[in-house]
Design a protein around this ligand. Structure first.
Ligand code: FAD
Ligand code: SIN
Length: 535
């Protein structure tokens, strides 16, 4: 089946829906393709909040400086300034859309504190900010007649004009739509549009331990890379220092806002250790805290460290962090009395599809915003709670540039070929999928984690290459299914992370390589395109 929209959006998190609402208001039809139920996204799990200058005691320059310090020399300062300056307007819009940020009794917005921020500037809805934002945005989208949300539809690949008419016929390629698998019906649909916005979020699932939900498989990055988009800074994976340690692979986030209210990290001897690593102590930027925990665990051989909230007022804890309180209780930890066992876990991708401040990629008709994009805001390490901010600001900028683009670019009168699906369905072979999935995640965790070395990266590269060859073979022979689509993308993303990490011959921000412990004074952002990384 083929469907037409003026604009297609892949992803229904904060970035995708905010963008869709703006484009629909300008009168264009928008199809939102989303692979699970509509609310399922990283956005839905965001806890700490959204960083923005709203208090009279704060100023844009201070937020800009904190972002640049955290980014460790690789932020694009113009981008930082523009995104932060445009934040307050987007917050106003979120409030108009129905987000009720937590307020004090006097009606002032409650502002949280997180690592690397020199001021309290995190607007939040208790500890379920993302859920509140997602609900308000979805409500608005459902009431917008120009928006159609297509759930359980997983985008497989972008359709480029060159693929249809042949690469000799035109000079400049452009995106004209995408193929997606309807996971309920098992059919592959063709969607055509003048522009595609990628808002597919992050890549946490490439690691064995992650705070991200199952949707975070890097699909947008892999699709864009295959279509010829530039990909940047993939080596900068942010490991959140404090995820709840459990004996399974599950890693529930314990928000940094908890340390913002005074919680302290302790080793198993109950010694507070952060001051030993950084004078900012427990509120040092995340890369420093995660490496400090890694070092404490390696020194003691312990499987985790402890987060101590026991000096905080228990009523405040339950009121401010109800989700964390209830979830920990389910795991047998009463956070008002017990120390919480915590470990680092893969949390956020600072790099992604390279875009400018208009959310444009290097391919006509292809845009990206939210976690999938690399704008230059985060540099080598994202400042806490800057991602929701970036997503709303860039969704707004992206909608303006797509609306401009639509004025001069209408549907291409071409008929893409239908997707040809492999027909083999040997169930014995399906074990390859689950085995390779596990192997990939474990390889990335063991060899491409918080602390890296060139030998480990090379080892990971060889393993992932083997997996990639095997999956490639499987991909074209077998009927596509979500696990196969995602595994193929995860493999692609793993290769990109490793290749970017090998290119960086220094340690900076979130990338720490034992063989290159120092910073290069003239380091630049890493950029990779398809033809370069095919070794
Ligand atoms: P997402 O919200 O992840 O949405 C991606 C969408 O794309 C989903 O709907 C998904 O189903 C869809 N999708 C993906 N691939 C496909 C495909 N192939 N086909 C169709 N659909 C697809 N940031 C902050 O600033 N503050 C916080 O307090 C904060 N807390 C966090 C807590 C947790 C536990 C996590 C995991 C992240 C947190 N972050 C926080 C990061 C932040 O939540 C994300 O960076 C942000 O929500 C990303 O929004 P997005 O719209 O770009 O992507
Ligand atoms: C948190 O609440 O600690 C997560 C905030 C973020 O990822 O920005």
């Amino acid at each position: 089946m083929t469907q037409h929209f003026d604009v297609l959006v892949i992803g229904s998190g904060i970035a995708g829906i905010s963008f869709a609402l703006n484009v629909a208001k300008a009168g264009y039809s928008v199809g939102i393709i989303t692979k699970k139920s509509r609310a399922e996204s990283n956005t839905n799990y965001a806890q700490g909040g959204i960083a923005c200058v709203t208090s009279k005691d704060d100023d844009i320059e201070s937020h800009v400086q904190d972002t640049i310090v955290s980014g460790d020399g690789l932020c694009n300062e113009k981008v930082v300034y523009e995104i932060i300056k445009n934040g307050p307007g987007r917050i106003e819009q979120l409030i108009k859309t129905g987000v009720e940020f937590t307020q004090h009794d006097d009606g002032q917005i409650s502002l949280g504190q997180e690592g690397g921020h020199s001021e309290r500037r995190i607007l939040h809805v208790k500890d379920y900010t993302g859920k509140a934002i997602e609900a308000a945005l979805l409500d608005a989208a459902e009431n917008e007649s120009k928006i159609k949300i297509l759930e359980h539809s997983i985008a497989i690949d972008l359709i480029t004009l060159k693929k249809i008419v042949g690469s000799n016929t035109i000079n400049n390629d452009k995106i004209i739509g995408l193929y997606a698998l309807d996971t309920l019906k098992g059919t592959i649909d063709t969607f055509l549009s003048s522009a595609v916005m990628l808002s597919t979020g992050g890549v946490g699932q490439v690691y064995q331990y992650t705070t991200n939900p199952g949707i975070a498989t890097g699909d947008g990055i892999a699709m864009a890379y295959r279509a010829g988009a530039e990909i940047s800074n993939m080596e900068f994976i942010q490991f959140h220092p404090t995820a709840l340690y459990t004996s399974t692979d599950e890693r529930f986030l314990i928000s940094e806002a908890v340390r913002g209210e005074g919680a302290i990290l302790r080793n198993l001897d109950k010694v507070a250790f952060m001051k030993k690593y950084d004078k900012r102590g427990d509120l040092a930027p995340r890369d420093i805290v995660a490496r400090a925990i890694d070092s404490e665990m390696k020194m003691s051989g312990a499987k985790h460290v402890m987060l101590d909230l026991t000096d905080l007022n228990s009523t405040l804890i339950k009121e401010r962090f109800p989700t964390i309180f209830k979830t920990c209780l389910r795991y047998g930890v009463d956070i008002t009395k017990d120390f919480i066992p915590v470990v680092p876990a893969a949390h956020y991708l600072c790099g992604g599809i390279k875009t400018n401040l208009k959310a444009e990629t290097n391919i006509d008709g292809l845009y990206a915003c939210g976690e999938v994009a690399s704008t230059g805001l985060h540099g080598a390490n994202r400042l806490a709670s800057n991602s929701l901010l970036e997503a709303v600001v860039m969704a707004s900028a992206g909608s303006s540039s797509v609306i401009d683009y639509l004025k001069f670019n209408t549907f291409e009168l071409v008929s893409p070929t239908e997707w040809i699906n492999g027909d083999a369905q040997d169930s014995d072979e399906r074990v390859v999928l689950s085995h390779n999935w596990d192997e990939l995640k474990r390889t990335m965790w063991d060899y491409v984690g918080v602390v890296r070395s060139t030998k480990r990266l090379e080892r990971a590269k060889t393993r992932i290459k083997n997996l990639s060859n095997e999956i490639h073979q499987y991909y074209w022979d077998f009927k596509v299914e979500p696990a196969l689509i995602e595994l193929r993308n995860l493999c692609q993303v793993a290769e990109l992370i490793i290749n970017c990490a090998l290119k960086r011959k220094e340690s900076r921000g979130l990338h720490y390589n034992l063989d290159y412990p120092d910073k290069n004074k003239d380091a630049v952002n890493t950029v990779i395109k398809k033809f370069e990384s095919k070794h």
